[in-house]
Design a protein around this ligand. Structure first.
Ligand SMILES: Nc1ncnc2c1ncn2[C@@H]1O[C@H](COP(=O)(O)OP(=O)(O)OP(=O)(O)O)[C@@H](O)[C@H]1O
Length: 483
């Protein structure tokens, strides 16, 4: 074995003459985890952290399973859609085979990648394709990476929440949702309603887009310029990088709900929830119903109060000290589990705005769905929610704004206020044209509260159409991220 390094090249851990795809050539594994060799007259390399998923031995050969750019098969950073590829190396002796395996394994282990995952698949989410996505895109890569997993198909609404509440987390390095955002939100709520919520919520969570609303997967993948596909999502999970995620606690009396994406009241909530009656139209339902809602624009009375982030203190007007903000103690069911961030809300710099409002929209991450860049400046763990607020807007301008949603340009409109808040109180009122008609509060794509005469107002919701308080816990949860 040759151990010489040259010039500025990183120090080799191993350097041998190895049979690669049928030709004997010099192969190096350097301390930075790059395998380099020459093949067909060209220099080739494989970065273990970015490209190698796993390896196995077969007789005297090592099969390295990787994902590499399609145009320039084995160069780090090569362009083109990535493809799975196996590289076959045959060291000249059994001892060297063992040594190569040992060094490769040591490098992969140093990356702290997940080895055992718990995976939810929602067979009824989105276009009902999650099971196929799992089999076609997720399973092969997990096998390439030697990741063990336990699969759980969700059988009913809130099933994922129930499982997350009781799962033995010591057996897993992460929980993955092959679904839309709904299952992820259930998992977060389940974890935070455990007695050991403090450690449970730190388990890394991953999302593989397979629903109608894939806002979290899109936000993560778009942050590095990757398309929102199951392939890129599971690749990021296997590579095992983590980031923190803010969690918002929504409180009403003793009731709590934990949100990681979005809270909407007014136009956006009405479009999101009421358009369900046009589900048969497919994804066009949102655009068609949005048009209908804009042409018959509703405005709601109400009040919002908020604690602005630094730099946004001029928005709204001061809230007087004789209207203090108080948070009730969590319900007995929450005793021992998470009840929300421990901040003294009373002592913060509260400001307020009175309605009427067209739309009140809070966002934790950039994308609300694959085509909706709701909050272009949102950060996963800045400790704030982005508020996108519209009090009034001519209908034509609003129609034009809707076409800007996929680029995030709506926040530049003079009709939109866009700023960050640390805490928020919503006091929703009735429509200005008819005080007997109220609205919907939509949290992460589900109805949190329904007012009188709204769509499906006979169905029960978690909270009443009344005052709700929202506060943000910075970086409480953890996500697998491609960054
Ligand atoms: N077996 C099931 N039958 C019916 N509903 C289910 C089942 N499993 C999960 N659900 C519910 O499906 C909802 C949607 O889940 P998911 O996150 O996959 O997709 P989504 O994009 O949020 O929503 P959708 O695609 O339904 O519009 C969740 O609220 C979940 O409780």
């Amino acid at each position: 074995m040759d151990q010489t390094g040259g010039g500025d090249e990183p120090t080799p851990l191993l350097s041998d003459r190895v049979l690669v795809n049928g030709t004997v050539t010099a192969v190096n594994l350097t301390v930075d985890g790059v395998i380099r060799w020459t093949e067909g007259g060209g220099h080739r390399c494989l970065a273990v952290d970015k490209e190698v998923l796993g390896f196995s031995t077969e007789g005297s050969r090592i099969k390295i399973r990787a994902v590499v750019g399609s145009e320039n098969i084995c160069c780090v950073g090569s362009r083109g859609a990535p493809v799975r590829k196996t590289f076959v190396f045959e060291p000249p002796s059994e001892d060297l085979l063992r040594l190569w395996c040992q060094k490769l394994q040591e490098f992969i282990d140093s990356l702290d990648r997940p080895k055992r995952l718990f995976i939810f698949v929602n067979p009824f989410g989105g276009k009902k394709s999650a099971s196929k996505i799992f089999l076609d895109d997720v399973k092969p890569l997990l096998e390439d990476a030697n990741v063990e997993y336990t699969l759980q198909e969700t059988k009913h609404q809130l099933h994922a929440k129930e499982v997350a509440q009781t799962l033995d987390l010591s057996k897993y390095d992460g929980i993955i949702c092959v679904s839309g955002d709904g299952i992820l939100v259930e998992v977060v709520n389940g974890l935070l309603q455990r007695e050991d919520w403090n450690t449970a919520i730190k388990i890394p969570l991953g999302v593989v887009p397979a629903g109608t609303g894939n806002g979290m997967a899109k936000s993560l993948l778009d942050s590095v310029g990757h398309p929102c596909t199951a392939f890129y999502a599971i690749l990021a999970i296997i590579r095992g990088k983590r980031c923190s995620l803010d969690v918002a606690t929504i409180s009403q009396g003793e009731t709590r709900f934990f949100s990681v994406l979005t809270i909407a009241w007014g136009l956006v909530a009405d479009i999101d929830i009421e358009s369900e009656k046009y589900r048969w139209m497919g994804s066009a339902r949102l655009d068609i119903y949005a048009l209908q809602r804009i042409l018959n624009l509703r405005k709601y009375n109400g009040r919002i109060s908020f604690v602005p982030a630094p730099g946004f203190e001029d928005y709204g007007e001061p809230r007087s000290h004789d209207e203090p903000i108080k948070v009730a103690a969590p319900a007995p069911g929450f005793q021992g589990s998470y009840g929300g961030p421990t901040v003294e809300l009373e002592n913060l710099n509260w400001r307020k705005m009175d309605g009427p409002f067209v739309s009140v929209w809070l966002h934790n991450v950039t994308w609300g769905g694959e085509n909706t860049m709701a909050a272009p400046h949102a950060k996963f763990s800045d400790g704030y929610l982005d508020l996108i607020l519209m009090r009034n807007c001519p209908k034509l301008a609003l129609l034009a704004l809707m076409t800007e949603l996929n680029k995030g340009n709506h926040v530049k409109s003079p009709h939109v206020l866009y700023f960050k808040v640390k805490a928020f109180v919503l006091e929703p009122g009735p429509r200005i044209d008819d005080a007997t008609k109220e609205g919907i509060i939509d949290v992460d794509g589900e109805v949190l509260a329904r007012g009188k005469t709204t769509y499906k107002s006979d169905q029960k919701a978690l909270m009443a159409y009344d005052k709700i308080q929202i506060s943000v816990d910075q970086g409480l949860a953890t996500l697998f991220t491609p960054i």
